[in-house]
Design a protein around this ligand. Sequence first.
Ligand SMILES: Nc1nc2c(ncn2[C@@H]2O[C@H](COP(=O)(O)OP(=O)(O)OP(=O)(O)O)[C@@H](O)[C@H]2O)c(=O)[nH]1
Ligand SMILES: [Mg+2]
Length: 207
Amino acid sequence: MFKINTAEFIISVAALGQIPSSMLPEIAFLGRSNVGKSSLINSLCNRKALAKTSSQPGKTRVINYYRINGTIYFVDLPGYGYAKVPDKIRSGWKHLIEGYLKSSKNLKLGLMITDARHEPTKLDVAMIRWLDFYRIPYGIVLTKSDKIPRHKLQQRVKDIQNTMQQTNTFCRAVLPYSSVKGEGKPELMKLIDQVLHNEVNTNSSNT
Ligand SMILES: Nc1nc2c(ncn2[C@@H]2O[C@H](COP(=O)(O)OP(=O)(O)OP(=O)(O)O)[C@@H](O)[C@H]2O)c(=O)[nH]1
Ligand SMILES: [Mg+2]
């Protein structure tokens, strides 16, 4: 089972040219602003403030790299879809996120984070299509699961699983998660472990 022993902040990147060249495998965290990407990183690493979190949307405006166990990178991407952001900044984020997805050769897994209380947005669906287009394996993580009644959560997981089975090939799992309660952590760690150790199961058709 994948276990996190050390986690350290490495670099914030505001432009594609600054992306570190490294051979370490990467796991990217993507999703709308304020869905809990940074909180998820802290929860996985058992740290309170490794990644900066905020109740104010739009906190992460750069790509943040964290090195885990000295051997892999967690990549915290800027949250998209926050309405109150000037167009110019928004298009800058889009450029950064898409540029990263397009060019990252070491990206092993995308974690697409959505708020368990809401259906995935149009932007989430667009992002999922991107991941499929670039043949990047991904998991869909329904975060803030502590804020929704059990039966609704189970129904949402089922609905998304059904949609994924019908349309997508690169989705590996749909997992509920609570960064407050730690729910979903073993399952997510297992998925990370699988992609890091079982290449056959990930990019096998990406030849
Ligand atoms: N109850 C609950 N609150 C959460 C959970 N995850 C995140 N939050 C809260 O949601 C807010 C946003 O969390 P962040 O982790 O900063 O979200 P983000 O996706 O990194 O946001 P940006 O950096 O703006 O893109 C904070 O107030 C968190 O405390 C969760 O699992 N449960
Ligand atoms: Mg953040």
